[in-house]
Design a protein around this ligand. Sequence first.
Ligand code: IPM
Ligand code: MG
Length: 361
Amino acid sequence: MKKVAILPGDGIGPEVVAEAVRVLEYLRDEGALGIEMEYGLVGGSAYDVHGQPLPAETLKIAEEADAILLGAVGGPKWEALPIALRPEKALLGLRAALGVFANLRPAVLYPQLADASTLRPDVVTGLDIMIVRELTGGIYFGQPRGVRTLAHGERQGFNTLVYSESEIERVAVRAFEIARTRTRRVCSVDKANVLEATELWREVVTRVAGRYPDVAITHMYVDNAAMQLVRAPKQFDVLVTTNMFGDILSDEAAMLTGSIGMLPSASLNETDRGLYEPIHGSAPDIAGKGIANPLATILSVAMMLRYSLREPSLAARVEKAVSAVLDSGLRTADIRQGGAAAVSTRAMGEAVVSALRSQLS
Ligand code: IPM
Ligand code: MG
């Protein structure tokens, strides 16, 4: 029996997670999946109850689970809190505590949604990029950090970009392994012309590449990569990069597809224990309205089935079900085209479950 922690979080988190849980429950009830689910509070909703965004009991539930499904955290209600108490801190705390150093962010253009991109169809049709972002190191976690007061009274903010060889090596290995399941091309993104830490990054990635002669390796400076992503994004297969560059480039890549409401993510540790979440945020403006798109969270469940629960055929079934629902023309408001009516979060979740059910007949 595998354990899955369910952390709905804030904003639209609980709404989209409810539909993803419906998918897990359906597979469980079908007898295809042996899982046990446990819920925890995270983010602002945890702060409201416990005075902190990542309470000890939530961390315990997460640490005991094989996989964690997280909705989203944050919202205007908690924006004025000190950094250490903000909902986003829970996310960073979970990543660090679980050691999920490899963050997989696919940017896939669904052919059914080709018109949603702001780029010309010929630039994005067939787009299928996997960004592998280092998630537990770099400038996000480097010490020293803070704001200090200089002798003449002026304040100075500082953060540290730091990477050890082993941190670079393990995420590079992940990227090359994933490339082997795809079109065998890795592009490593750095700023080796300016930053020593990423000069070392390039050196270590090059060394790892030597162990994967069947995978083509290229290196790109981050400014050029940002440009190439909008100029000719289909040149990329797997992109591997640092925590902060990956944060920025993954938002850019997500927008190439025009539908951030469709994109899942996985964050894995050494043993494939994973934290799964949609790429989109808590969208406070539409929270509680029942109109959010649950497909990114449902597709995060597919990634969970593939990477942590080791059920690749169930993962493929969930992805097929999502595709069938899109084929049938069902759209939530964020991916609607023209004047077509939008369906609710609940209706979209139910449609995916019926598509799963009809795969059996
Ligand atoms: C992301 C988010 C987070 C990050 C924030 C909310 C801390 O932007 O997951 O990309 O910067 O990693
Ligand atoms: Mg981000």
